[in-house]
Write a protein that binds this ligand. Structure first.
Ligand code: GRG
Length: 295
């Protein structure tokens, strides 16, 4: 696990450099759009999704430069979603990653625009990713649009907002999280796979099953950490989701039941990779990291 954690750190450092390069410089001292984009994108964060892009790329023997655009585009979409999620019309949070949320640091209009501009920037990066053939770029753009839009994350967020105060069945909770959290995690695995010329449908399916399972495991662990971690580790108020009366895995299954369910998802992820060779160990270790992480 230690060497995996070192690898994870190197993925984080790599994407952090690329993200800084991708950001526009502030044009003006009175217009805060660019500063707000930079503020939210560089305010910390685990970089789980870009790390998963690099890990999948390594398993598939892809070159790192061709993975950079995918890693940046997905993290930028993720950051836009957090900015919008924190707005008063959504979760109304004051803290994100231990720092004032974008609309608290700047103002609501600037935060909305920073999210909008980040979303557009993600697609611009994919359009201009020189190391990737144009036809593949189109597939990547389409995959990210699906994962983040009306059939993916935005749909999941809409379900989430409609579910406040309701009790959901496990299948309904999973449906919400497969879209809200899972879709971008799935894209982090499938987008690198789309760069492999002639990749088989069978391999894509195995990777997709793997990604669905770790996406849910990630969310279950997030719900557990929301209860068991303290506010300084979380970078937000402890028990925030519970306090908002949102349906969570521990609320539905109990803490132990949620832990058991996360382990089941990890086992499902490993099972989907069972026939794949040793070079896929990086993804096996990634799944272990997802269920063992402490923040
Ligand atoms: C506004 C369209 C739109 C979507 C928002 C991602 C999201 C959808 C909302 C965030 C709220 C939340 C707690 C979602 C669960 C997914 C999740 C655990 C997000 C936080 O991701 P991390 O832990 O965050 O990877 P860092 O800060 O490490 O990048």
């Amino acid at each position: 696990m230690n060497s995996f954690l070192e690898r994870l750190q190197s993925y984080r450092e790599r994407v952090n450099h690329r993200l800084i390069e991708a950001l526009p410089n502030p044009y003006s001292e009175t217009i805060f759009l660019h500063a707000a984009m930079r503020y939210s994108l560089t305010a910390g964060g685990k970089r789980v999704r870009p790390a998963l892009v690099y890990a999948t790329g390594e398993a598939l023997a892809l070159d790192f430069p061709c993975l950079d655009s995918i890693a940046c585009a997905i993290e930028i979409i993720h950051t836009y979603s957090l900015i919008h999620d924190d707005l008063p019309a959504m979760d109304d949070d004051d803290l994100r990653r231990g720092q004032p949320t974008c609309h608290k640091k700047y103002d609501e209009a600037t935060a909305i625009l920073a999210g909008d501009a980040l979303q557009a920037l993600a697609f611009e990066i994919l359009c201009e990713s020189e190391g990737i053939p144009p036809q593949t770029r189109l597939h990547l753009i389409s995959a990210l649009a699906r994962a983040s839009g009306h059939a993916g994350m935005a749909y999941g967020q809409a379900i989430d907002l409609a579910c406040v105060g309701k009790t959901l069945e496990l299948a309904q909770l999973e449906h919400m999280h497969q879209h809200k959290t899972g879709a971008l995690i799935q894209a982090s695995v499938i987008m690198p796979a789309l760069c492999v010329p002639g990749i088989s449908t069978a391999l894509i399916e195995k990777l997709d099953t793997y990604a669905c399972a770790i996406g849910l495991a990630f969310q279950i662990v997030d719900d557990i950490l929301d209860i068991v971690s303290d506010t300084s580790t979380l970078g937000k108020q402890q028990g925030a989701d519970q306090a908002r009366d949102k349906p969570t895995y521990p609320a539905l299954l109990g803490l132990e039941g949620a832990q058991k369910h996360a382990l089941e998802m990890h086992e499902q992820a490993l099972a989907s990779l069972a026939e794949l060779p040793q070079q896929f160990d990086v993804l096996r270790e990634f799944s272990s990291y997802i269920i063992q992480r402490s923040y």
